[in-house]
Write a protein that binds this ligand. Structure first.
Ligand code: GLN
Length: 536
């Protein structure tokens, strides 16, 4: 079958849930029997988000092959339950870097390099890779940012060209916009949507479908107005009110007939009857009254919760599996150093220390680990959270007062967390960490092995530093168990405390593989222990 393309663009403002809408649409198409692949195009000039501050960008989502990508890829993997690869995300930075490298090699034989055709050709080449690599029947492609941004122009122009190359009948332009409300009158306005569609049309793209987002009910008459002014068929304007539960989005889109609409417009027929019952069950479960378990998330970027998107989702999945409501208390680790925020930590049923880089707030995370160990409070450490657990143990159990990671103290006498040899010579910051999927053997009869209930797993990594093997025996003698190791036994992947209800930490990032229907075992274990502690 000819590959079909769904191009998602954003109108009016960003952060209206374009990624979630595109991901949920992907699920509806997969449910109808199609092989779906996705790609996100990011207009910024960074080569990837790996070196960007989480304050700027939110979480960096890591794929199996080690690609450091936009957090929307997390939505795609969680909703569609697929495993994506490097071709699923690219940036303006990558497009220019490749084009300029070719120019320097002389590949263009003296030609003048221009946005059209050279940059747009490189964009189209990268789009083509998705179908080549995955053999997908439908490619969902999301353009980051909002129509009208200077940065996204070359991407939109490339899509316009692509539409003519693959045939209009094989593409749909889906424009996701926002309908603002005037507070004084409560009136919903469509004018900004009209303007953003006008901007799209000025570069030669007429949307086929408009998904109009708002926080309140959108009347059909308003959709008809959008249809008239934006020159879109009436049935192709979808009124999408903000969902109270994230995982309800696919159900709402299904009710609105989005799955069938897309197929009709692409000239496709479903080969499977979509079965949304598992999602309905999940959402019903979310909405049920349940006892609450409170988790203190001790992090550094807590002002911007998007920085911990996958951690938050993984906690939600695990809470559902344990039939509890989960509330997260966001604790600024630097506050704990100043004796602030402890009341919040003390009220919590569990402590979670997520990943992070740089020394700011690290001492607070170490204090949080100490509190969890000494008070038998369930603790889950993710990457840096494992390192802080080990530093705390070395300082307060093994009495190595200055124990640290060489990331934070280069001259410590006890670098219990240290650089691997092959990381020592690296000077470039981008893409040079231990990245992506690595196998991990579980040591029998440990909390980790019991949680996973399989002998070995593969998990996604993103770090430079490792547990220092010189300290292994000493740690073990005092009650630390290294319950997950690399197959050659050289790298500590999971550490846990023997005499503690649940103090488990991994060098990898389990949050990237948690799915709503397949909650991650280490998170399920944490919430189970928290539930027991809370007596619920
Ligand atoms: N900064 C630590 C390292 O590089 C931890 C990284 C992380 O938490 N992702 O090893």
């Amino acid at each position: 079958m000819t590959t079909k393309y769904l191009f998602f663009t954003g109108g009016v403002v960003s952060s209206v849930g374009k990624g979630v809408t595109a991901a949920a649409t992907g699920l509806l198409l997969k449910e109808r029997g199609f092989k779906v692949a996705v790609q996100k195009l990011d207009p910024y000039i960074n080569v990837d988000p790996g070196t960007m501050s989480p304050y700027q960008h939110g979480e960096v989502y890591v794929l199996d092959d080690g690609a450091e990508t936009d957090l929307d890829l997390g939505h795609y993997e969680r909703f569609i339950d697929i495993r994506l690869s490097r071709v699923s995300n690219f940036t303006t930075g990558q497009v220019y870097a490749e084009t300029i490298a070719k120019e320097r090699r002389g590949d263009y034989l003296g030609g003048t390099i221009q946005v059209i055709p050279h940059i747009t050709n490189e964009i189209k080449r990268r789009i083509g890779l998705v179908e080549k690599e995955t053999g997908a029947e439908i490619v969902i492609l999301e353009v980051g940012g909002t129509v009208g941004d200077i940065e996204s122009q070359p991407f939109l122009e490339a899509l316009r060209q692509l539409r003519n190359e693959v045939g209009r009948e094989n593409c749909l332009f889906v424009h996701v916009t926002w309908l603002p409300v005037i507070g004084a009158t409560g009136e919903i306005k469509t004018k900004p949507t009209q303007h953003s569609v006008a901007a799209l049309r000025s570069i030669g793209i007429s949307p086929n479908v408009i998904i109009a987002r708002a926080d309140q009910d959108i009347e059909r008459s308003l959709c008809d107005k959008i249809a008239l002014f934006c020159d879109v068929e009436k049935d192709a304007v979808i009124p999408m009110k903000t969902a109270s539960v994230l995982y309800e989005v696919p159900l709402l889109l299904e009710e609105l007939g989005v799955g069938e609409l897309m197929l009709n417009k692409l000239g496709l027929k479903a080969t499977l009857e979509p079965d949304m019952r598992p999602w309905r069950k999940l959402v019903d479960e979310v909405k049920k009254e349940k006892p609450t378990v409170n988790v203190a998330l001790v992090g550094k970027y807590v002002e911007l919760q998007d920085a911990y998107m996958s951690v938050r989702e993984a906690l939600k999945h695990a809470a559902l599996a344990n039939s509890v409501e989960m509330s997260i208390s966001w604790v600024h680790s630097a506050d704990l150093e100043k004796d602030k925020g402890w009341d919040v930590v003390k009220r919590a049923d569990a402590v979670l220390v997520p990943g992070g880089f740089g020394s700011r707030g690290v001492e607070g995370k170490i204090l949080a680990a100490r509190y969890a160990r000494e008070n038998n409070v369930p603790y889950l450490g993710l990457c840096l959270g494992m390192q802080t657990m080990c530093i705390e143990f070395a300082r307060n159990v093994l009495d190595h007062e200055d124990a640290n990671s060489s990331e934070f103290d280069r001259s410590t006498e006890h670098p219990v967390i240290d650089l691997m040899l092959d990381q020592r010579s690296i000077t470039d910051m981008g893409g040079t960490m231990r990245l992506g999927l690595y196998p991990c053997l579980l040591q029998p009869e440990t909390k980790a092995a019991n949680a996973y209930a399989v002998p070995s797993v593969e998990e996604r990594h993103r770090h430079r530093f490792e547990f220092n093997n010189a300290y292994r025996t000493e740690f073990e003698k005092h009650g630390m168990v290294f319950s997950g190791l690399s197959p050659d036994g050289r790298l500590v992947e999971i550490a846990e405390l023997k005499d503690h209800p649940y103090m488990v930490a991994s060098q990898f990032h389990p949050e990237f593989l948690s799915r709503p229907m397949k909650p991650h075992p280490l998170f399920v274990g944490l919430i189970k222990a928290a539930k027991e502690k809370a007596g619920k």
